[in-house]
Design a protein around this ligand. Structure first.
Ligand code: TMP
Length: 221
């Protein structure tokens, strides 16, 4: 498959602010006439959304790390097939709230599963698609978890809090996993300080992301 679009993923610990920022960026790009698809993982299409509900339901605490990993991979395979690949082939900018790096950070650094197992599964689930740019919204998990708990308390829908209930040490491992990944691929990762204001973070992200989007995609779509 030859992708002609541009694939941007957003990553970070719980409550880092990435979901707010990815929405702002999608609005910004759309307002500038750039064809943009905003999606998320786990989820992004009907079948993957059903898998998401299993993965994030706090009642499923007995889910084994390996079963959890495979559910993320299954959701990703469906999402790539149904949403991400077609959008990239149509020349869109795809903005995805979490992708394969989350599996390395959470299931390998967090849960301790061998990274080679995760790489193999990611290889198959991603079907040749890989992020061109990854925005890592970095913040201390203490700050992020406080925000995440406030958001969960204010939400009337299902309580998607299986990970928020993990101990602080788990979230610290996830954060260091992300920072480690960023050192492995410094050209793909853009690290943004998630403790600044929403406006300051948005200016930093939009300026740097727009500069990285290929010129050809500014006018098409
Ligand atoms: P969200 O809270 O950003 O919507 O993400 C859902 C949760 O799923 C979050 O706690 C991180 C976790 N996650 C993984 O553990 N592995 C993955 O591969 C992905 C995509 C998310």
């Amino acid at each position: 498959m030859r992708c002609v679009g541009f694939f941007i993923t957003f990553e970070g610990v719980e409550g880092c602010g990435k979901t707010t920022q990815i929405k702002l960026l999608a609005e910004h790009l759309t307002a500038h006439g750039i064809g943009t698809v905003l999606t998320r993982e786990p989820g992004g299409c009907d079948i993957a959304d059903k898998i998401r509900a299993i993965l994030l339901d706090a009642e499923n605490r007995a889910l084994s790390p390996l079963a959890e990993l495979m559910l993320y991979a299954a959701a990703r395979a469906q999402h790539v097939t149904e949403v991400i690949s077609p959008a990239l082939e149509a020349g869109k900018i795809v903005l995805c709230d979490r992708f394969c790096d989350a599996t390395v950070a959470y299931q390998s650094f967090g849960r301790g599963i061998d990274r080679r197992v995760i790489s193999d599964l990611n290889f198959h689930a991603c079907q040749g698609v890989s992020p061109d740019l990854t925005v890592l919204v970095d913040c201390d998990p203490v700050v992020g978890l406080e925000r995440a708990h406030r958001r969960i308390e204010a939400t009337s829908g299902p309580r998607e809090e299986r990970f928020e209930l993990e101990e602080l040490a788990f979230h610290r491992r996830v954060r260091s996993g992300y920072l480690h990944l960023a050192t492995e691929e410094p050209f793909r990762f853009l690290i943004i300080n998630g403790t600044e204001t929403i406006e300051e973070i948005f200016v930093a992200i939009s300026t740097q992301v727009v500069a990285r989007i290929p010129e050809a995609l500014h006018a098409v779509c």
